[in-house]
Design a protein around this ligand. Structure first.
Ligand code: G4P
Length: 529
């Protein structure tokens, strides 16, 4: 197969959902179709069970599993599918945001009874801002849920999407009979007896045909006809370009647990979802089929084995091919590095490979060279844009609890920050260190990992900040800026890359600052480049 065809057949995507909507179940069913796993239950849920805040074993277990399920790759028909795992737990949302910089499209899973939930809103907003193509899968149709039209309205309003259903349910819950596939124009009947993996696809060329009444009963058949008429009137026809541009989102209905509607989703997905897309760097737009390799780090994972504390850096290949033992330029460090054992992912395993193509993810063993957002090339000096660093919501001073281990503590904090577990700020006034996190759970993870991986101990102390605002531009000559720095001295810090940050204690204080010093620009997001 030619180099270009290899790239064109790749589909790299993420499944996003509010916890419990069925992300793990759907992922597992997709893998079953790809023949990548043989039985249900092979993909372990990486979610942190409720009440796990103080259960460190649970955190370790979760980390172990999330290494294994970070990338799930398999072949389906003539396509190579790469599913990137996105943690649903809100305390790990930042990890998910970063993973979304490495996907070419997403599938959004929504629970038919719960509708659009909080985490779905946040994640979809990020995808919308980046025009990532999205397909919506409405799950758990075997249960009583919301009316299909109401749900489509909710998706449009709460998520700000423009949808078009490509399948439509016939009944729901106890009355669930199956799904009419608008895309393929056939009916998939749900088997009442088994409620298992039995699928019965009936082609219906003409909806007016009496065969439909015989299949599902006269009343449901008429209801379906009316509903499909309404669908045709209310929703736009599917338009692939609009979908690819992020302007239109096709919707499927089904039940992941019952493996129902999943094949339809997958078959349509491989047909319409984009192959690897071009990515903007700070100097130019990089096309996937360029001959030269370029890629970036979107995730770093510490090794679970305490004897081998090296890390695995996950690289999304943006262009060309990544080859084993070939020297690549680490742009930030300005030096060439060779990798003798790059890992590729297959199902839930990883293995060493000689060559990977644009769209693929490779895992590189790292002894501390990488941080999130780093770019690798064949020599070109450019950096990929768009790895965001969001304002933390929690802030605590970090204190050394074991003076004999200050080096270890420093190293541990440094490496954990490079992994993107949390963000470190150093106060301008006295050099004290503050750790900012998206969720409170991270503090326990950090404390636990510092002790178990680096032999260091820390304690925390509250720092009364509400948000971190990145200050830009840093114009030293500007008098207003000098005044701002003088007055807010106690709340100013530097982040790890040396950027100035204002640790505001309230929304009010941000507003006051903005009106008093209008030329000092404050930003909740820092885009690492
Ligand atoms: P998540 O990764 O999005 O957090 O969700 P996950 O797949 O773990 O699914 C959450 C729960 O919803 C699981 O039940 C799962 O079995 C169930 N589920 C998923 N898809 C369907 C569906 O189509 N119909 C129905 N009725 N249930 C579905 P659980 O009891 O929380 O977990 P488990 O003990 O079954 O693993």
């Amino acid at each position: 197969m030619s180099f270009k065809d290899e790239i064109l057949r790749r589909r790299t995507f993420g499944v996003i959902a509010h916890p419990d909507a069925g992300k793990t179940t759907l992922t597992e069913k997709l893998l079953l179709f790809g023949g990548a796993i043989q039985e249900a239950g092979a993909v372990k849920s990486n979610k942190i069970k409720k009440g796990a805040t103080s259960d460190f074993m649970e955190i370790e277990r979760q980390r172990g599993i999330s290494v294994a399920t970070s990338v799930l790759a398999f072949n389906y028909k003539d396509k190579k599918i790469n599913i990137l795992d996105t943690p649903g737990h809100k305390d790990f949302a930042e990890d998910t945001f970063r993973t979304l910089t490495a996907v070419d499209s997403v599938i959004v899973v929504i629970d038919v009874a719960k509708g659009v939930e909080e985490q779905t809103e946040k994640l979809v907003e990020v995808c919308r801002m980046r025009n990532i193509p999205m397909i919506v899968f409405i799950n758990k149709l075997d249960r009583e849920g919301k009316d299909a039209f109401d749900l489509l309205d909710e998706v449009e309003q709460k998520l700000g999407l423009k949808v078009t259903p490509l399948s439509f349910p016939i009944g729901m819950g106890y009355d669930f009979q199956g799904i009419y596939n608008i895309w393929e124009k056939n009916i998939n009947l749900f088997s009442e007896d088994s409620r298992k993996n039995i699928e019965d696809v009936v082609t219906v060329d003409n909806l007016e045909d009496e065969a439909l009444d015989k299949l599902v009963g006269e009343k449901p058949a008429n209801k379906l006809r009316e509903e499909l008429e309404l669908v045709a009137e209310v929703y736009p026809d599917f338009d692939r370009e609009a979908y690819i541009n992020g302007d239109l989102q096709p919707v499927f209905f089904g039940s992941a647990l019952n493996n129902f509607g999943v094949r339809e989703l997958l078959d349509c997905f491989i047909e319409i979802a984009p192959s690897p897309r071009a990515k903007e760097s700070d100097t130019r737009l990089v096309q996937p089929d360029e001959n030269k390799f370029a890629g970036f780090v979107f995730k770093i994972h510490a090794n679970m084995d305490p004897k081998h504390r090296d890390r695995l850096a996950f690289i999304k290949i943006v262009s060309g091919t990544f080859e084993r033992n070939k020297p690549y330029m680490h742009v930030r460090l300005g030096k060439k590095l060779k990798f003798s054992s790059p890992n590729a992912f297959f199902a839930e395993k990883k293995e060493i490979v000689d060559i990977s193509y644009a769209g693929d993810i490779v895992g590189l063993h790292d002894t501390g060279n990488f941080k999130i957002g780093d770019t690798l090339t064949e020599g070109e000096l450019m950096n990929f844009k768009g790895i965001p660093s969001f304002s933390p919501e929690h802030f605590r001073y970090v204190n050394n609890a074991d003076p004999m281990k200050s080096k270890q503590l420093e190293k541990g904090i440094d490496q954990l920050m490079d992994e993107g577990v949390a963000q470190l700020f150093t106060l301008e006034l006295n050099g004290r260190k503050i750790i900012g996190t998206v969720g409170a759970l991270q503090y326990e993870v950090i404390q636990y990992r510092l002790e178990h991986e680096y032999g260091a101990k820390c304690t925390y102390e509250n720092f009364p900040a509400f948000k971190a605002c990145w200050v830009r531009p840093e114009d030293v000559k500007n008098e207003e800026f000098a005044e701002f720095k003088r007055v807010k001295q106690k709340f100013l810090a530097k982040d790890k890359s040396g950027q100035l940050v204002f640790l505001a204690d309230s929304e009010f204080s941000i507003q006051m600052t903005q009106s008093k010093y209008p030329t000092v620009k404050l930003d909740y997001v820092s885009e690492r480049i």
